[in-house]
Write a protein that binds this ligand. Sequence first.
Ligand SMILES: NC(=O)c1ccc[n+]([C@@H]2O[C@H](COP(=O)([O-])OP(=O)(O)OC[C@H]3O[C@@H](n4cnc5c(N)ncnc54)[C@H](OP(=O)(O)O)[C@@H]3O)[C@@H](O)[C@H]2O)c1
Length: 273
Amino acid sequence: MAAKVKGTARGPAGGEGPGKRTALITGASSGLGEQFARQLAAGGYDLVLAARRKDRLDRLAAELAEQRGVATEVLEVDLSTPAGVAAVEERLRRGDIEMLVNNAGFGTRGEFHALPPDRELQEIDLNVRALARLSHAALESMVPARRGAIINVASLGAFQPVPYMSTYGATKAFVLHFSEGLYEEAKKHGVTVTCLCPGPVKTEFQQVAGVRAERMAVGWVPPEKVVAAALKGARRGQAVVVPGGMNRLAAASVKFLPRFVARRIAGAMFREP
Ligand SMILES: NC(=O)c1ccc[n+]([C@@H]2O[C@H](COP(=O)([O-])OP(=O)(O)OC[C@H]3O[C@@H](n4cnc5c(N)ncnc54)[C@H](OP(=O)(O)O)[C@@H]3O)[C@@H](O)[C@H]2O)c1
């Protein structure tokens, strides 16, 4: 899918001004990404919204420009492709992005051998490869400027292997470890890297992944609260944010469980009955 940059829309209360900050959000066309866009616009951020579904991005961009008076741009990109990633890298290299939210991602459920291998690799390309390249492109200008914030969206599934979502769990483990590594590297340069690890959140994720929501009895947190916790964590310079008390308990308890127990508990949630 070709990458395309749409022109800037500015609502009635807009204006450049020295205090203007810009955030780039991947996967802004639904779920957590859309919520990041809404809350960052409410905080006065100009926005660059990236995803494949341009119609949805255009609608959101126009609404937030109108309601919040922020400048909005839309990038129609498939971030599982080199061309899509390159288009967003190019935008980041302009050097004006103060916050990057690497949110785009999807999961697949089933026994690995029975899942289409191309889709599994697309998942790795999006959840891992795109996130790493965009983090790099953002840091290239954030580090010399000694300011900026990156939020990388992982999952509660990052803390242990996830049978029946093996690829997904492994991609999110990468995001968590990678982000924590970057956090330590970047903090001395005045840049924060925060890894958001949500438990279950009602978005399009479950439908895309083929996950039955009723298998997860606890830990649900509304998208508004997940995103508010992530932004608060980033403001405070936190390395890892796990929204929801039950989810924090689950993430912490993994450290004390034998590894085989932790992975079997995770697998029990995603195995078909
Ligand atoms: N919901 C949960 O329970 C949950 C729990 C833990 C972690 N997460 C993580 O949270 C993040 C956001 O997911 P969500 O829950 O908000 O799910 P969602 O509603 O399905 O949103 C996923 C977003 O990613 C974008 N996306 C998917 N494939 C893409 C591609 N190839 N190129 C560019 N953008 C792409 C989608 O946009 P287009 O389809 O328009 O491209 C959409 O905006 C993901 O990283 C997910 O793994 C979700």
